[in-house]
Design a protein. Structure first.
Length: 94
């Protein structure tokens, strides 16, 4: 995810709009998938406290594996911060 955002930023800086748009298309699709595997109150209904409150906001390894890796969480967070700062996500300026 981070690499897609970095590539989109470089393409944007170099004026390659088509390539930037391609990278951002892939990034948006990836984000949609990742937000599907994010642990929310609704998707973690089966967990008991205190485990539930510890994992909320984290990202599972995949759709079926509930292991949360901090590295996964950080890389997605970093990518979203970069995309917002570099104004690669329309409407994210708020």
């Amino acid at each position: 995810m981070e690499a897609l955002i970095d590539a989109a930023h470089i393409a944007d800086l170099s004026g390659d709009v088509a390539r930037r748009d391609d990278y951002m298309f892939a990034a948006r699709r990836t984000m949609a998938y990742l937000f599907r595997i994010q642990l929310t109150p609704a998707s973690s209904y089966y967990l008991r406290e205190p485990a539930r409150s510890r994992v909320l906001g984290g990202f599972k390894t995949d759709l079926y594996n509930n292991i949360v890796w901090m590295d996964n969480v950080w890389h997605l967070t970093s990518a979203l911060i970069k995309a917002r700062e570099w104004k690669l996500l329309p409407g994210a300026e708020r």
